[in-house]
Ligand binder design. Sequence first.
Ligand SMILES: NC(=O)c1ccc[n+]([C@@H]2O[C@H](COP(=O)([O-])OP(=O)(O)OC[C@H]3O[C@@H](n4cnc5c(N)ncnc54)[C@H](O)[C@@H]3O)[C@@H](O)[C@H]2O)c1
Length: 447
Amino acid sequence: MTRSDQITTATDPSLELEERIRTHRAQIGIIGLGYVGLPEAMEFAKAGYQVTGFDIDAERVSQVNQGTSYVEDVDSAEMSDLVRQKKLRATADFRILADMDVIHICVPTPLRKTRDPDISYIVNAVEEIKNNLRRGQLIILESTTYPGTTEEVVAPTLASTGLTVGTDVHLCFSPERVNPGDKQFPIYAIPKVVGGITPRSADLAMALYSQIVSKVVSVSSTKSAEAVKLLENTFRAVNIGLVNELALMCSKLDIDVWEIIHAASTKPFGFMPFYPGPGLGGHCIPVDPLYLSWTARLNGFEARFIELAAQINGAMPHYVVTRVTEALNDQAKSLRGSRVLVLGVAYKRDVGDIRESPALEIITLLEGKKAQVSYHDPHVPWFTLNGKRFDCVALDATALAEQDCVIIATDHSSIDYKWVVEHAPCVVDTRNATKIANGHRQKVTKL
Ligand SMILES: NC(=O)c1ccc[n+]([C@@H]2O[C@H](COP(=O)([O-])OP(=O)(O)OC[C@H]3O[C@@H](n4cnc5c(N)ncnc54)[C@H](O)[C@@H]3O)[C@@H](O)[C@H]2O)c1
């Protein structure tokens, strides 16, 4: 390094940071080691960076350090290799944040009981960063949030240290688009969107992400980057609302909604299939659009599509229970006292995540009507709901035959649905999983 280089690096710490990023010497910190943070930590560690995960959950910290994965898309053997090579470690000691060159924030952003955004996890994480902030760090918020959070909440907290955000320390928002359980689109194949508090902040984050993903797309501001994620998930929520309404309509018109969606999907342009189901689940689709409508309302705008989709999607578990009641009624049975097996409680196929899962609301509604509810889910050994523990029951021919009704709430790929229909006396299929069981049509109620 020449003397003039040294002077420039001293005045602009981002030059050294950029060099460390490009040469994979940058220390990467990831706050929040969940469905988003852990796979991302793995990607950076696999790319050769030293990665430190920070989590308030002591159990998760210890599992990472033992190389035991608790996220289905993360392989334990690969993780223990990285831990052994000292590329990956986890800690609950936030003072180590001071050693990090880049800090990603991947903490939850749920809704409050009032259905308003709860950004308290972001606020807590940013407080920890503030307490350990030093010149030359790059902070990237990845948690999904309402437009304005990075600029209005994160930046002022960092600036309260006296450092200038955008020059002394850099700040970006980059939404996470990981799709748990999806083998077709691993992290590398999903382009990353970046918005910086300054163009230089964005450049640094782009340099970093281009080490682990195939494409990085920059937008003009952190606010735009925040809105990109909300558009993507609102698009899904609204389209799912549309097909859920279509399903209700088709049932009245005696049309098979699945047949028409599949046929419409053969159009090679201008149509994209979405499918009806028992309701929205997971940490994203039921939640994120409400972050957008909340901020719109604060600014005097009613986001009507979002509210309508939330209403339609939110009513689906009730509709499923209505269909179960009708199916039992056809056999001269009432819901009260009937044995109902819920097949699949995860919010979507081939994952074990039950957050916001519509199956949980269906179970609550069924229990409210005094049905005897049990469940089977190959990905969920047990869970608690309304203070009661549920344990996964074995799925065998006898157990199926003993039910009054089986509800297919999640279509996990490991289950043979033709076999389920053969042995269960009555099936309510919310996912069109039984499409192959043509010989037993009369037993199956579809959405
Ligand atoms: N799960 C998804 O499919 C997905 C996809 C894209 C975006 N997102 C978004 O990513 C964010 C994280 O979601 P997730 O699914 O990974 O959540 P998660 O609940 O799986 O993991 C969050 C982790 O953060 C930890 N945590 C909470 N507060 C903390 C703090 N102050 N300091 C350190 N750790 C803390 C928790 O203990 C937990 O381990 C959310 O904003 C979510 O909307 C999620």
